[in-house]
Design a protein around this ligand. Structure first.
Ligand code: ADP
Ligand code: MG
Length: 365
């Protein structure tokens, strides 16, 4: 049995401290949703409220069609996998996988009937008689997932499950998790501070900051159409470039912006319409900047500090005329350059404009 779930105006207060504020969110049956945000933004608190490990201060949680706001954790049909796998060290893999079932009084045969297919799916069959200390990090992680799976949860919760693994294993487990979800299709909520994990695993991403939702969308929605500067800065690596821009003129269809180095730059008129003299931020990703062949028209100067050549891709690190840092990404650079400065072309259709509060100013058309 599977189920979607819905959070409505969910709040969490620890004493007087508001940790989660007015979170409303609908998650579809079988969907893989990732909560992402910086450390301390309330991801774990939100997940623990869904699991029933923390009380929901106000608001409601429904799973399937049932109000589960005050349901005991054991009765929510939810399984949670933590960062520390919390396996029983003195039990074998088989013992760990079947532990929860044995505790509910199921017979040996019943336990085996549930454990064996899960062990097979997670490729643990050859490891069933080992203790956790005889397993690699990735294998332990698979046992922790298997232990949750044998209980046939309606909803699967993960709290930073890959943070303890080394970089290579993290990538491998990420792929395994994605494939596992494809196979079993259980509604999944996955918490991480790593935007790459969020981008690669999620059907939809929920970006959180200070206990509030900043934006909800598919990975590509967030990348191509961020609602605010926080989301634009959080999604994408290297981080998006922020260029200070002053409104020089407001025309019928276009804004004229002054960029660092007194460069005049034209941008489609956004709504709401900014005022002359207003200070805005023009943001463009390193991969969307290009070297300008004709430095005359609207190109900004970049002072280059150093280059990183990774082979397929190269990065130039430097600063603009006002000292603001800037990164340029180039594909397949054939020979190294030591030019102290470059002209950068900014494609207005690739650049996002934000007001001083960080809200997106979208072109009107
Ligand atoms: P994240 O998982 O995004 O790193 P958490 O949900 O763990 O963030 O924490 C969110 C905020 O709530 C933090 O500021 C944290 O200090 C606070 N917090 C978490 N648990 C408690 C608690 N039991 N009592 C008081 N404050 C808490
Ligand atoms: Mg956390």
């Amino acid at each position: 049995m599977m189920a979607g779930l819905m959070l409505t105006d969910v709040n969490k207060k620890y004493g007087q401290v508001q940790t989660v504020t007015d979170v409303s969110l609908e998650i579809g049956d079988g969907e893989f949703v990732v909560f992402v945000g910086p450390s301390g933004c309330g991801k774990s608190t939100l997940l623990r409220m869904i699991a029933g490990l923390e009380e929901i201060t106000s608001g409601t949680l429904t799973i399937g069609d049932k109000d589960e706001t005050r349901t005991e954790p054991a009765n929510r049909h939810i399984a949670m996998v933590f960062q520390s796998y919390a396996l029983y060290p003195h039990m074998t893999v088989r013992g760990n996988l079947g532990f929860a079932l044995r505790m509910t009084g199921e017979s040996k045969a019943e336990v085996a009937a549930k454990v064996d297919p899960v062990a097979s799916m997670l490729q643990l069959e050859a490891l069933m008689d080992r203790k956790p200390s005889q397993l690699s990090g990735g294998q332990r992680q698979r046992v922790a997932i298997g232990r949750a799976l044998v209980r046939s949860p309606q909803v699967f919760l993960f709290d930073e499950p890959l943070s303890n693994l080394d970089a290579e294993l993290r990538v491998q487990m990420r792929v395994e998790l994605a494939q596992l979800h494809k196979k079993i299709g259980i509604t999944t909520i996955y918490v991480t501070h790593d935007q790459v994990e969020a981008m690669t695993l999620a059907d939809r991403i929920v970006v959180l900051r200070d206990g509030q939702i900043e934006q909800i969308g598919t990975p590509l929605d967030l990348y191509h159409d961020p609602d605010n500067l926080f989301v634009a800065g959080f999604i994408g690596s290297p981080r998006i470039n922020e260029i200070s821009a002053i409104v020089a003129a407001v025309g019928e269809h276009d804004l004229t912006l002054t960029l660092p180095g007194e460069i005049s730059f034209s941008y489609p008129l956004p709504a709401p319409r900014p005022k002359v003299g207003e200070r805005l931020t023009l943001a463009i990703r390193p991969e969307h900047l290009a070297r300008a062949d004709d430095p005359a028209s609207g190109a900004v100067r970049m002072n280059v500090n150093y280059w990183e050549h990774l082979g397929g891709v190269s990065y130039a690190y430097g600063s603009l005329a006002d000292g603001q840092p800037v990164i340029l990404e180039q594909r397949l650079v054939q020979s190294t350059s030591d030019a102290p400065s470059l002209a950068l072309a900014i494609d207005p259709s690739r650049a996002f404009l934000f007001n001083s509060a960080g809200d997106r100013l979208r072109p009107m058309s």
